[in-house]
Ligand binder design. Structure first.
Ligand code: UD1
Length: 419
């Protein structure tokens, strides 16, 4: 198993192009199942989760191939409606294929995605919404059998929580359902608007994404489309934090500033300079970061839960005491014990992490517990004095397109142990 080895304490500076958004590319690749013609998706980051999506598409009988940053999919010859259990286990978010497969094939079989790294992640909202659209769901021996023998029909759906995945699955299922579907209480994340933009360019009629009411007029069928994935706001924030903790200056190109308002807020509160110029942002670290009394994760446009670990790593080095409150997932502090190995002073209780900022961290041997928790360890290791080794980096590879290759040109001393 490969590790990342970091010699900390190097000030980062330079320019970086931001990768395409993981949380956008996965549902868009799933959506190609509905299209039945050739689709070309540009700006696809090289992530293990994207490779898993490609494997799922092939397992369903679709043509799927990467060339550079573009993935071409043609689902014309789709021959299956079942996601193999091994692929389901590799990537919990493969559940977003459900709406697309049922929309195209009128049946789908997936293994039920159990609890995972962030605590229980139920899909009750996905399933009850699909049931309203004419889907029958049966659970047997850990598998979910979904059928819509009479086809899918539009429905009025009230989401009690604005779940990102449920909103995406409903949009996918509704795109070619008979009639109109209205989602009240929809999630507003930019990645959902990106999915709708892709589907609309393939002929769908989806309106209102980015607001809490989304209206989908079902069309008979979709066609091919070409689409470019939006920039990854969480990866952008990760690299900003790498600069912030090393006293550096970094210009990120290809960002969508309007998607990052709550993230920029945090960096400014910590005393960083944040200058915007079109699709670029330049971050300048202060001499010492300042603590922030309270940061709370919330649904978009609030502070993203995925940036929580990144914030906690950064606040570990900030002057004073900060509190981070995790409101979306139940068990998202597993990385905190690993951060403590660097000398971070953090106490967790329920939803809250209380961070007493220290003036320096020291290198440590640690293991990524999950994707964003792994990113937090990289941030700590870059700031820490001495050498750090980070294991279980397959978690990090799920969401960052070669993070070592991105950081090295900025002055980081970072390599893979297999190098
Ligand atoms: C997506 C993102 C993930 C991000 C999260 C919140 C992808 C691949 N993943 O995950 O990176 O952290 O949004 O922004 O895009 N819930 C239920 N029942 C359901 C569905 C969700 O109770 O049927 C609960 C979950 O347990 C959790 C909360 O709702 O507490 C948020 O989940 P959701 O918005 O659905 O997140 P994901 O789509 O899983």
């Amino acid at each position: 198993m490969s590790e990342i080895i970091i010699g900390g304490g190097k000030r980062l500076s330079g320019d970086l192009n931001v990768q395409g958004a993981k949380n956008s590319v996965l549902p868009v690749l799933a959506a190609t199942v509905l299209c039945g013609k050739e689709c070309v998706i540009h700006n696809c980051p090289a992530l293990s989760d994207v490779e898993t999506s490609i494997k799922i598409l092939r397992a369903l009988g679709c043509f799927a191939q990467r060339q550079g940053d573009a993935v071409t999919v043609n689902s014309e010859g789709i021959s299956g409606c079942e996601i193999p259990d091994s692929l389901m286990r590799e990537m919990r978010s493969s559940v977003v294929f459900l709406g697309a497969i049922i929309g195209r094939c009128k049946k789908a079989v997936i293994s039920s995605p159990g609890g995972c790294e962030l605590g229980p992640r139920p899909i009750d909202l996905h399933l009850s919404s699909l049931e309203k659209m004419g889907v029958t769901v049966t659970e047997e021996h850990g598998f979910l059998y979904c059928t819509a023998e009479k086809g899918l029909h539009g429905a009025e759906i009230n989401l009690v929580f604005p779940s990102v995945g449920a909103t995406e699955n409903i949009i996918l299922a509704a795109a070619t359902a008979k009639g109109i579907t209205v989602i009240h209480g929809a999630a507003k994340e930019p990645e959902i608007s990106d999915l709708a933009d892709f589907l609309n360019s393939a002929g769908a009629k989806i309106y209102g994404c980015g607001s809490d009411t989304v209206k989908i007029y079902g069309v008979e069928k979709l066609g091919g489309a070409e689409h470019t994935i939006i920039p990854d706001r969480i990866a952008a924030a990760t690299y900003m934090a790498c600069a912030a903790v090393t006293g550096g200056t970094l210009t990120l190109n290809g960002v969508m500033p309007s998607h990052m308002v709550s993230l920029f807020w945090l960096f400014k509160e910590c005393g960083c300079g944040v200058e915007l110029s079109g699709k670029s942002v330049r971050i300048t670290a202060p001499e010492r970061l300042s603590g922030v009394p309270t940061v709370r994760s919330l649904v978009y446009p609030g502070f993203p839960t995925d940036a929580g670990p990144i914030a906690v790593a950064m606040l570990s080095l900030a002057k004073g005491t900060s509190v981070f409150v995790e409101n979306i997932f139940e068990n998202r502090f597993r990385y905190v014990d690993e951060l403590k190995r660097f000398g971070a002073k953090i106490k967790t209780e329920g939803k809250a992490a209380v961070i007493e900022g220290v003036s320096e961290l020291s290198g440590a041997d640690c293991k990524a517990t999950d994707l964003r928790g792994g990113a937090a360890l990289i941030i700590a290791a870059l700031a820490a004095g001495g050498e750090s080794k980070i294991g279980e980096i397959h978690h990090i590879e799920r969401g960052y397109d070669d993070i070592a290759a991105a950081l090295k040109p900025l002055g980081a001393d970072i390599k893979y142990s297999k190098e």
